[in-house]
Each structure stands twice: as structure tokens, then as C-alpha cells.
Write a protein that binds this ligand. Sequence first.
Ligand code: TRP
Length: 334
Amino acid sequence: MEKKRLVFSGVQPTGNLHLGNYLGALKNFVSLQKEMNCIYCVVDLHAITVFQNPNELRNNVLETLASFLATGLDPDKSIIFNQSSVSGHTELAWILNCVSKIGWLNRMTQFKDKAGSDKEKASVGLYIYPNLMAADILLYKATHVPVGADQKQHLELSRDIAQKFNNDFNCKDFFPLPEPLISKNISRVMSLRDGTKKMSKSEESDYSRINLKDTKDEISKKIKKAKSDSNQIPDNLKDLDTKPEALNLINIYSEISNNNIEKVLNEMSGKEYSFLKTKLADLLISEITPVGKEIKKLLGDKAHLEQILQKGKEKANIIAEENLKNIREKVGLI
Ligand code: TRP
């Protein structure tokens, strides 16, 4: 039997989305939307696993939604909503908390990174975060999950949980085992100042990232100042092994110009990085500044954004409730 393909992905409401979110997630979401049924969720419940200022959280959810729309996600084609508005996520998360194992969670590297040195002080929510992520995906019986490389381990856990549920409750194939879709060319956009760190909104210097709302001048300045290399651009990737910042610029150029790395190196080898930077800045300006303008425009009409969330919630809830009915029955809940 041919299984129906369904994409699910979640993005944390951070506000101020940047080029890493854009190339690593949003652009990919838009192209998937053309081929498959897709559900895109702003995961506010994941965000609160570390303390969030309530007003900022509300704004960030709307800003993340605005970024989805400005990039080209279409609420008439895809289901777009925020996680906390569909209560099935938390209900299934509880059931999966009882399926998942402590030993599995103890292996999650993201928890170790985020909890830092004093794990006793991390919230319980942060610890069981991956079970909630499994619930997000399995609630819709999603088959494909576009994620960054850093989420691969969580996705593997989701597969383990799905498999264990199917075994425990004797319902082979009830939950499909979700497949990761990790974008081929670039799964990580790195900081413009330190090519070993992911581009992140939490890095202190704004020069480390290109924000979607940056102006033309800001983009130019940031690319000009980005760390690169005083040697000329090489003709092979191997020579960039020890030059993560230079490699990052080439990666970004390759993504944004829609050319593979080999082609970019062919075109650029022997040239100075300043040459690459000028071309890169031009491309970024023409692609990113219209998105930033659209985000700002959309944020001017919050009622409209809330309406979109409401519509998405209704559509998501229909699928969630249908699946939950069967899940409750499998587990023996009356
Ligand atoms: N943990 C993901 C991240 O930080 C966000 C997320 C939550 C997610 N639920 C999801 C991604 C379900 C994919 C599918 O990027």
C-alpha cells in the first residue's frame, strides 16, 4: 500500500529570524510545499522549556509566522499554526512520555548542551523536549521531517518512540517512522565571525549574522566585515578544511546563487575573497531585503496574522483529533 506522504516541521519562535533559518529551513519549506502536503508549526511550547518573557513570546510567535509568510509559505496550501493552540500536542506528549525511556533521553546531546554544567537546574520540560517533538510529528502521522543536522538525533528518537509504540500496543505500522529531510548542500549556516559556530540569534555580535530584517547597508557592512582568508580562493574544497569562515561564505554563496560548490570554486578560484563578498552581498540584498520588508509590513496587521493562526489551528485540530481518537483507543484510555 502506498503511504500518504506528509511533511511536518517546527520552528521555535525566536523573533528576528536570520539567514541560517532562511537557508536551512524556510526556503526548503517553501519548495516542499509545492510537492507535498505540509504542516508547519511555530513551536511555542518548546520555547518555554527555557524561560520566556510572555510579551516577547507573543510577539515572537507572530514574527515567526510573518517570516514564514514573507518567505512564501501559503496558508491556503500548507497548514500553518502555533503548537499550543492544538491541545493534542501536549496530550500525545504525555502518552509518549510513558513510552519513551529515560536511557534514550539521557543520550540527547542537545539537552547536555542547553542544560550546561548544572543539569539539576534545567527544567523538566527541557529534558523531555524530544518527547514533545516526537508528539508533534506523530500526532499528524507525518512521514517526512525537514530539519537541520542538529535535530537529527531528536528525529531518530521520534522513530524509536514510534516503533516502540507500534510494538507495545501491537499495532504494526500505526505510526509511520518519520524520515528526516536534511538539505543536501547546506544544513548549517555558520557565524560570520566564527565558522565553527552555528549562525545564531543568541551570539552577542550582530555582525555574526544576517537578519531577515537587515537593511541593504547592514547586509553590505556585515559581509564586508565577515571573517574570510587572506589567501586567494582555492579550486578545491580540501584547501578549505582548516578555513571554516571562508568555507561558510562559499557555502552561503553556493546556496543563494543556486550553484553547487564545485561550480562556485570553478568560477572563483584564484580570486580574492573581496570579489566573492561583493557578489554575495548583492545576491543577499536582492533576496533578503524584500523578505524583510514584507515581514515588517505583515507585523503591522496583527489581527490578520492571528486570523491565519486561527485558520491553521482549525485545520490542524481536525487531523489531530482524528488521530488522537485512535491513539487513545490503542492505549486503552476511555
Ligand atoms: N526542535 C526543533 C528545533 O529546535 C523544533 C521542532 C519542534 C521540530 N518540534 C518539531 C522540528 C517537529 C521538526 C519537527 O529546530
